[in-house]
Design a protein around this ligand. Sequence first.
Ligand code: NI
Length: 266
Amino acid sequence: MSNNRDEILPSKVPQDSSIRLDLFTWTEVEKYLSKCKGIILPLGSTEQHGPTGAIGTDAITAESVAREVGRRTGVLVAPTQSYGMAQHHLGFAGTMSLQPSTLLNVIHDLVISLAMHGFERIFIINGHGGNIATVKSAFPQIYSSASSMQLSVANSLKCKLVNWFMTPEVFREARALYGDKEGQHATPSEISLTLHVEPSLLSKQYELPDPPPAGPIYDYKDFRRRYPDGRMGSNPFLAKARDGKTFLDQAASALTKDLKNFLNES
Ligand code: NI
């Protein structure tokens, strides 16, 4: 890169350079910690989302909601953990999954790293239902390590998991817009959000036959047999970028409130 001054004019500074950890310097992080001990960690998955949905849907959605919450609160946003627990989607090309024990260790190690620097409130914004059980199991493991490592934040460290797609506002809106065609995987609500933040995905949308209804989930071969094109009861053709804008706003509003309460918790 050249040292051309033009490259550091304000208009060239990335819009989110005041809330994204990956765009901070370490000295800025240290300064931030003197004012705020909170951080947002977006968590997604890299897995099939039906024949018309992007593989990165859960990471794209979690990241865009997390950054919007960061913009509204000024709370720092860590780089997205884009790989999650997607064992049951491995029957579809492009899916990349972590075993539950691996994901648990990844979350543990990332949070302990943050705690070592003095972060005390870890707010994980998740985009994938399959991550929930594992991430919840990681929390006691994290508290146990923080204590045994005698970290200065051991007694004040708190982790919280929130799922943008399960906020009551988003849930209600999705049901109102799509009824039972919202389904449970490759849903029009999550696809709408990806169309809003990545309009090029519009070119991949086409009408699909009715999907099988959502049902149980076992391992990946059984999943593919029950849900041959990867959808569980959903009709993603109903997705619209303008709905995605609404979902982003609703999720960010609800989670901004949650985050503020979490930061103020004694
Ligand atoms: Ni998803």
